[in-house]
Design a protein around this ligand. Structure first.
Ligand SMILES: [Zn+2]
Length: 306
């Protein structure tokens, strides 16, 4: 490798050689493209994670948890990031350039409650959370739960703004997660773009979430079925969410099965339902890589005259 000439570090102002950086996904080493020294680079390596919108959400969420109830390693945190992304996608967001509104008002609801009996704390992990209509979470927040899914723990050390970053650094590979999910810092005071995402309706979210949590679900309440009961699919789904939190998943699933299209030909095809019920676990970094490769291939075909 060529001998490195010192540059002025843009963080500390000292004349030093550029930092050697490691791609967290591929493990490949290269010199930093910006003028930053090794010391300063090490300090900013988890900046992307903490200043991303997920990082900011996590800081607030951890403050209601404790050291025993948060994801115990990188893999558990990765599962939580996936769920958080599914939750955001389900909500759907609309921005007029000034105000952002949700299309559907969902929350990530604890299954074993956050504040359980005898000082138990419900874990903040993907298997103990469900994307559900926000109105249910508010109504049920003070109700004791009828069952315990063994996802509660005794209260541990509190998490505050003072120890939050240190706890995260000890447990998780933050640069890896930031790279996998293409996390970018959320800049304050930056002009808001105009955008709209549709979100996922309540009856589809119900079926997807029950399936993700391990229940045997293979259909979504359809308009044609709900008509026969003089209710909207959304109202029926809300009722079933309510059953889930009050009585449990098994009864919720059997209630859902009462609203099955008896004549298969009237509803959506089995293939399209199966697709609707699946969550996409492709990492954003992988999607980016694939789209780049596709582009390359397209360029190639254009190059040879197609
Ligand atoms: Zn420096």
């Amino acid at each position: 490798m060529a001998k490195q000439r010192p540059v002025t570090c843009r963080e500390c102002g000292k004349r030093r050689v550029k930092a050697l950086t490691i791609n967290p996904i591929t493990g490949k080493q290269r010199r930093s493209t910006i003028n930053i020294c090794q010391d300063c680079h090490s300090k900013t390596i988890d900046y992307k994670f903490f200043s991303s919108s997920f990082g900011q959400w996590l800081r607030r969420a951890f403050q209601r948890q404790c050291t025993n109830s948060i994801p115990k390693n990188t893999n558990e945190l990765r599962d939580l990031i996936y769920l958080w992304k599914f939750y955001r996608k389900a909500c759907g967001f609309k921005s007029d350039g000034e105000v952002v509104t949700k299309t559907y008002d969902y929350q990530l609801c604890h299954i074993d409650p956050l504040k359980g009996e005898n000082g138990l704390v419900g874990k903040l992990i993907s298997t103990n959370l469900m994307i559900a209509p926000a109105q249910l979470n508010r109504e049920l927040s003070n109700l004791p739960f009828p069952y315990n899914t063994q996802q509660s723990v005794q209260k541990g050390e509190e998490i505050t703004d003072d120890n939050f970053k240190e706890i995260c650094r000890q447990r998780y590979n933050l640069p890896l997660l930031a790279a996998e999910f293409c996390m970018i810092p959320q800049k304050k005071n930056k002009a808001l773009p105009v955008f709209e995402s549709l979100g996922v309706d309540v009856q589809t979210t119900l079926s997807k979430e029950l399936k993700r949590l391990g229940f045997p679900v293979d259909h979504i309440i359809e308009e044609s079925v709900s008509h026969k009961h003089n209710k909207t699919p959304e109202a029926i789904a809300l009722d079933i969410f309510d059953t889930f939190f009050k009585v449990g998943g098994t009864l919720a699933v059997s209630q859902l099965n009462n609203y099955r299209e008896s004549n298969d030909e009237d509803g959506l095809s089995k293939e399209s339902i199966k697709k609707l019920l699946e969550y996409d676990y492709t990492l954003p970094s992988e999607k980016l890589r694939l789209s780049r490769e596709k582009r390359k291939q397209k360029d190639y075909w254009e190059d040879i005259g197609f």
